[in-house]
Design a protein around this ligand. Sequence first.
Ligand code: HEC
Length: 190
Amino acid sequence: MNKKLALFASLILMTSTSYAEDISKYQDESRAVAMPFLKQLGAVNQKAVSEGGPESAIKVCKDIAPQMSSDISRQTGWKLTRVTLKTRNPLLGTPDAWEQKALQEFDIRAAKGEKPETLEIAEIVQEPAGKSFRFIKAIPLQAGCVACHGTAEQISDNVKVRLHEEYPHDKATGYSVGQIRGAVSIKRTL
Ligand code: HEC
């Protein structure tokens, strides 16, 4: 290999290595924000359900989850959202094209036996609006979620009425424990 070619090859190697390092660094940073968000949301939700029943906890989900994600977005400068293929709140939960593809991939990977709680995708993407780092992590349904996202038998009549009032186009029911309810998504402009 001549010198020029060798230099060129090492340059390419250097760029791709630092690119990989960037992704794993961004991925760690995103996970460090996404995990506590999900944990805190779960705790607040559980507390509301145990104090006032699922009926009154609907309000918590409606107000607190979007509030928490917009607080995090303000603090970090990243866009943090919860998205799903079957929305309850289509205004906030509808995935964009990248998220939709990721959610579909999660379903396929889960069907092939991967554990939903381990499903993640991290990628640097070039979109017309610019370059960004994207991270998405699946949210598996837990036992505490079925009172509002489970089958018709698991959701009380009162909850059904409230859900119908607030979310006339609700698609987010019929889930069982362990299924992928949606994902937390982070978009960070680079
Ligand atoms: C007390 C009822 C209730 C419980 C319990 C509940 N949710 Fe929800 N969930 C809601 C409501 C209401 C919304 C819509 C929030 C909004 O308006 O943004 C929602 C929205 C979501 C969304 C956003 C996407 C969408 O469909 O709009 C995800 C993801 C989600 N829930 C996951 C969960 C998970 C996981 C659990 C269990 C850990 C859970 N929920 C427990 C009521 C509930």
